[in-house]
Every structure is written in structure tokens, then in C-alpha cells.
Write a protein that binds this ligand. Sequence first.
Ligand code: CA
Ligand code: CA
Length: 634
Amino acid sequence: MKKFIYIIFAIIAPLALVSCGSNSTTGSFSSPNAKVTVSQVVAPKVTVQAVLAAAEKGRYRKGELLVKFKSGVAGKAAASLHQTMGAAVERRFAAIPNLERVKLAAGMPVKDAIVRYMQDPSVEYAEPNYLRYPKNTVPNDLYFNPQQWALSNTGTFAGGTAGADIKMPQAWDFARGSRDIIVAVIDSGVDLNHPDLVNNIWRNTGEANCADGIDNDQNGFVDDCVGWNFADGNNDPMDNLGHGTHVAGIIGAMGNNGIGISGVMWNTSIMPLKFITDFGPDVCGTGADFCGSVADEVAAIQYAVNNGAKVINASFGANGFSQTEFDAINAANSAGVLFIAAAGNGTLDSLGDNNDLTPSYPANYNLPNIISVAATDQNDRRATFSNFGPNTVHVAAPGVYILSTIPSTGVSMSFSSFCTNSFNAGYDFCAGTSMAAPHVAGLAALLESYYGQFTPAQVRATVLRYVDVLPTLQGWIQTGGRINAYRAVTSLLPPSGLSASAQSSGAITLSWTDMATGEDGYKIERKTGSGEFAQIAEVAANTASYSDIGLSASTSYTYRVRAFNTIPADSLYSNEAAATTPADGSGGTNGGGGGGGCSVGGRVNRTSAFADTMVMLAPLFAVFVMSRLRRRKK
Ligand code: CA
Ligand code: CA
């Protein structure tokens, strides 16, 4: 009798091995009690109406369903239904018997498929393969919620609107910045010792000794260990106004350190370059204590370019065109440095000006590395004071009630007219396009760190393209939008889980997971043997499969896929996946070489369904054999 058992196992085992779904059904094979346990669970009755209503609320994969057959439905019946639908089983699940991940016929809408599957009496339910996302990364900084509405607006601060923000928690799931990315803050200096900034201040490692009176790294500046003060010509860029410290905190206050606020980047290197100081009304003009000169500003731009900055923040401006300033920013462009400039606040009255008619510099120079930034408020409206310009102002970012870092002591009151002066020591709410620009500078630098393969032009285009277009901005600024860090950061995430599977001697099917949120399509590349990859096709956005036909028999092909957009920019490549076509007329298949995924062809699935039927029956065979054995013993 033992021999009989071995024979049964010898028959079943090889079938199980060739079946794609068999790996996941091994659990029920080895445990005859599994079915009993499951049948004790009372599942709620799922109606087609409930499934369709739920589908309205969630995002899900196109061309796929999860189908659960009723307990006891034969594999043959399930396979027959799939065949009628032109669908194919991709996976089964050990934990949930009778559940199948199904690939639908090309072009079949998910909701239509749900209705048709659920009309069949053998189906318990059919539902979309919903997408799930990582939990948004909310930092533990004390004032993050609700004060930092600009980064994540709960609608509970200052009568704001939930969601009127730049989506930082969603973006932080993917990118939080890097100390390797240097952002120059050309401003009134930065409080180098602020507890929420100190570890994100740039250090000039080339300047070996900060107090020996020698220019150790021979960059033209003596003892420049933490930036430079171009207003006073020394190595101390401490902030005596508060403006530059506020800007620096928006870009890169230390995130998730338990205190204060979080910058757009949790980690970065802020390069403090001071050119604005209290020159007084004799220099700055009546009523103005603080200002800076273009000569000092240009020296600061050159310093930033020569010492590794990738992004410059320029939260300042005025109306006079300067060829020198233009040339310096143009040189920064040639060096691949982005220049983020505040569009300016209305100067004629409390209302913003049209920069198309009344240019504000440096924001208005027609240079490809400049992003001119307008300000929005906590309700996603254009701030009334913000300059605008359908041709010359590019994007908007929050610039009202912005909480950021200020020096605890030694700050002049001049900056205070833009601030509330009503918050805890070291922090204050301030307003202005000066506060909007650093949100964009932070995002640009975040993209520089995350998309290492992007050129500065691609980074700039990504910031501008993936905005939320708002009614109050449309027609007022070029993109009509407020920046959206989540959309920008995830725009070209590389495809994952590429798998290749031979369908016949002349065809291989690829499938992958579409991760990008802003792609215009995917590029498919192929190689054979030790050859080079070459692009063989482009497919549309939101595509996750491709059939490569006209192939040679008995040949191994390797594939990789990447997303692209029309900026133009490319994502990084997916994993590589290989498959080998079978010999002509062999009838066999040889798939899943690279990705280890299941095959999706009809023949394979029939084999698979048969094997799974055998697996399902195996416990019955075992019980049958055991009972016979027991009877014999009696
Ligand atoms: Ca030096
Ligand atoms: Ca902090």
C-alpha cells in the first residue's frame, strides 16, 4: 500500500512543479485541514454594486482583477470562465484558496470585467487590484502640524483649506534630500548656530584651518569655512536681519529632529552667502535700513558656482536691469546651477505688480536657469501682495503665514513688518515671495539629489510641469500652478518587477509595475547574448506590458524598460529580465527567466489549472489512501 502512496506523489509532484501557481498552493497540499479551517470563516456577501462603488474611490491597476471562486468550484470551471473572458491567471495565493490574480484581455475595462465575472455563479467576488501607497512620512518636528500648512495643510490653521500645500509628506516617502546637495542662500546671512539648522550648514572641507589667516584651499577667500560675508568682506555670514535665516529654514531646517520645523529637505548643505546688511538709509534710501549691492551679489553668485552649489536661492529684487547681474546668472547657467528668484512683492501699493509690464530683477531675466516664483496663501489663492506675470513668472509656492527659523537674538526689527513677531523664540511666521522662492529652491535641490541622472534643465522642467494648476493662478503666471513636490518627485520613478515569458517560438511577453506618476510612455530595450541593448519599442503611459513578436526560436532575449516624459527625461532602468524562446514546433515554453514571474499564455495556464486541480485533489487522495490503510490494519 505504501507503494501506492508513492505512486500518487510521483504523479502529482512533477505537475505541481511545472505549475506557476503551485508554489503558492503547496501549503494546502501539505495540510489537508486547511480547507476545513477556511470554510469555518463566514465571509461577508460581496455584491457587484458594492464592488463598483468601492472602485470609484480607489486607484487600481488597469487590466487586472482579483477573482475569488466559491469553495468547491472545480479548477476546470474557473479555467473555462477565464477562457470565455480572454483572461489569464497570473498568480494564486496559499493564504486565500480559490483567489486568483487575473490578467484581463487587452483593452477590457476593469469595471466591465467585474460585472461579467460576478454574473457567473461560480464566482464569490471579483474586485480591482487596488494600489496601495507607503504611509506618508510625517516628521516629528514640534511645529510641523498645523503651523507648517505650506508643506501639509490640514485645513485647521488660519482658516486654510486642507490639501492646499506642496505635498511634502507624500514626497518624503521617496526623497528627503542629501548633505551632498549644496544650496546657496544669497541673502542677509544665516544663523549658523540655530539648533534647527546647525547640522545642515555647508562646511568648506577644503579650508583646513578656519582661523590661520591663510586661504588653505586657494579659492580666493581666507578662512571661509561656512560661507562668506560679501557685505562686510569677512568670513562671518551670520544673519543680522532674520530674512536669510527664515529662507534657509524653509529650504533645509533639519527634518524629523524633534524640534522646531522641517525644511523641504530634511538633509542638505546650506551655503550662507551674505550680501544684504544694515547699510542704513544713506545707502539704501529713505525708510530702508537693509539692502545689498549687485556687485556683492555677483561676487556671491560666483562663489556659489565655484564652490559646488547646485541651486541658488535669490529672495530679493528690484526694478533696475543690470547687465552684470544678468552675466553672472548666465555664467551660473553655463555651470549648471539653477537660480530660484522671488517674483517680488507689490511696490506701487499693497497689491502685486505685473512683472510682464514692470520687470523685477533678477527674477525677470530671460535666462534658462531662472525660476521666478509667485506666492500663494493657505487657501491656494494668489497672495494679494505677490507679483505675477503670465509670461515672466513661472510657478507659485506658499508665501503667507510661513513658519520658519529666525535668529533668537541680534535681529533687527526691519524684517519684522513682514512677520508676526508672535511665535516662540527662534521661529516666526513671515510672508512674501521671499518665502515662496525657497520652497521651490528646496524642491529643485530635492530633485537634484533624487534624480541624479537629470540635468539642471530637466530638474527645472520637472518643477514647472508637475504643478497643481489653480483657478486663481491660471492666466496670472506661466504654468498657472502651485508646485507639487509629490508629483515632481514621483514623476519618473523607474518601473519595477520586470518579468519576461516566452509565449511561443516567436513571441515573448513582458510585464512590469508602473511606478511613475508623470510618464508619457515607456521605452523597451532588448539584447541577445552578449550584444548591446537597443530600443525596440515605445509604449503609452500607464502601460505595464508588452508583447515582443517575430522572434527567433531557441534564442535567449534580455529586456529592460524605463519610463520617459516629453520634457524630455528618462527614468532609471527597471531590472533586467530574460526569456528563451522554445524550438520551432516543440510546443514547450520556457519563461520567467529574469523576473521569475508567472507566464500568462493560454497553454501555460491550462497546464497550471490542471496542476492546481491535482493539488486541490491531493488531500482527498491522501485521506482515501489513509482510510484504506487503516481498514487493512483492522
Ligand atoms: Ca578659502
Ligand atoms: Ca527641525
